[in-house]
Design a protein around this ligand. Structure first.
Ligand SMILES: *Cc1c(COP(=O)(O)O)cnc(C)c1O
Length: 417
């Protein structure tokens, strides 16, 4: 009989047998997973610690307070809301809070951001998200090196006159230094929001500039590089804005908080504060470069990254679209995702490249040598499949599959982490 438990087992095996290179994924510790499956899921706790709409919340209050205190300590900020169910909902609430804080009533708030096609996120003004409907978004371009450039951004601020600048990305391979952007925001009297969903773990490890020192409002997921449970947070340093954030999360956007997940977040923040986590993040950065360098040395078109992800131009390197390359690699148990390159001439559901990241595999113990081997395997598979002769297909297929297996068997098992 098909039971849901059997499916979980199957997914467990899939995670163990695949080389997981999706840049937004990671593997949580067993302790975090146990908290997320704990009896805390049974409790209704609408409201905030000390101000709940239900009785019986004294333990829950201590759980959520611990999560808040851990988040504040980790990111060195004064206020934290740990209730958003996802990064998208955190952004939904953050924009509402900012609009109310500025006091905009009779018009849409205007936000300047990086477009989805340049590496932004759906909630940064894509027409298929609430964001483009509820707010007036405009977009800044990248410079010729593909970087966010303070001069270009300031020009766009002067032209578009937004209420806020939004920095953050889902697909961008450089680090961002926030001070110059905070400066132009101040000079032009606009607010600064940073969505650090992707790089929060690098910030937590002290290996990336901390946006909480500069931005009015910082949002983040907790499940990407940060390696906590699936969910999100909103951080700030202004008491009045923090109150607006709280009411924009509950009751405006959400009902009862997921206290079992909040318990997982509390531990995730604690884990991310350990020296071991800094070592882990240093490894992530090294592995990402090692794989990118390997691919480049073999002749593939790759730009060397400063963070946990890079883009492989599959069109230029192998004559394959991102979609085809993703499907081909999946046949060999290598999980990646297609992504638009800057100035991509393919549609978003086809693309000319792949996004490749190392947060997940590094958690399973992948080192630089393994990362180089992964680069070599990716190259061999895509090269082979882009100009395979039909009769040599089977032999090569077996060989490539064996190399993936050898690698995944060497890694730590995900249920034991
Ligand atoms: C992943 C991501 C989000 C959204 O997170 P979800 O939990 O999937 O809703 C928001 N912003 C950025 C920049 C992201 O990368």
């Amino acid at each position: 009989m098909l039971t849901i438990e059997k499916l979980v087992k199957e997914e467990n095996e899939r995670q163990n047998n695949h080389i997981e290179l999706i840049a937004s994924e990671n593997f949580t510790s067993k302790r975090i997973r146990n908290l997320c499956g704990s009896v805390l899921t049974n409790k209704y706790a609408e409201g905030y610690p000390g101000k709940r709409y239900y009785g019986g919340c004294n333990v829950i209050d201590r759980v959520e307070t611990l999560a808040i205190e851990n988040a504040k300590r980790l990111f060195e900020c004064k206020f934290a809301n740990v209730q958003p169910h996802s990064g998208s909902q955190a952004n939904f609430s953050a924009y509402v809070a900012l609009k109310n804080w500025i006091g905009i009533k009779d018009r849409k708030m205007k936000i300047l951001s990086m477009s989805l096609s340049n590496g932004g996120h759906l909630t940064h003004g894509s027409p298929v998200s609430f964001s483009a409907n509820d707010y007036e978004f405009s977009f800044f371009e990248l410079n010729k090196d593909g970087r966010i450039d303070v001069k270009i951004v300031e020009k766009a601020i002067k032209a578009e006159k937004p209420d806020a600048l939004l920095l953050g990305y889902s697909c961008y391979t450089y680090q961002i230094a926030f001070a110059p952007f905070a400066e132009i925001c101040k000079k032009n009297k606009i607010k600064l929001i940073v969505d650090m969903a992707h790089f929060a773990g690098i910030v937590a490890a002290g290996l990336h500039d901390n946006p909480c020192k500069y931005a009015d409002l910082v949002t983040s997921t907790t499940h990407k590089t940060l390696r906590g449970p699936r969910g999100a947070i909103i951080l700030c340093n202004d008491e009045d804005l923090a109150k607006k954030v709280n009411s924009a999360v509950f009751p405006y956007a959400q009902g009862g908080p997921l206290e079992h997940i909040i318990a997982g977040k509390a531990l995730g923040f604690e884990e991310a504060a350990q020296p071991k986590f800094k070592q882990y993040m240093e490894e992530v950065l090294k592995n990402t470069v090692a794989c990118a360098e390997k691919l480049r040395s073999l002749g593939a078109t790759v730009v060397l990254p400063e963070n946990h992800l890079f883009m492989l131009n599959t069109k230029k390197s192998f004559g394959l679209t991102g979609l085809d390359a993703q499907h081909i690699l999946e046949e060999y148990n290598i999980t990646t995702n297609k992504n638009m390159l800057p100035d991509d001439d393919e549609k978003p559901n086809v693309t000319s490249g792949l996004r490749i990241g190392f947060p997940a595999m590094t958690t399973r113990g992948c080192n630089e040598q393994d990362a180089r081997e992964i680069g070599q395997i990716i190259y061999d598979i895509l090269k082979y499949r882009s100009n395979k002769g039909a009769n040599e297909f089977e032999e090569g297929q077996k060989h490539l599959t064996a190399r993936v297996q050898r690698l995944t068997r060497k890694m730590k098992r995900v249920e034991k982490l």
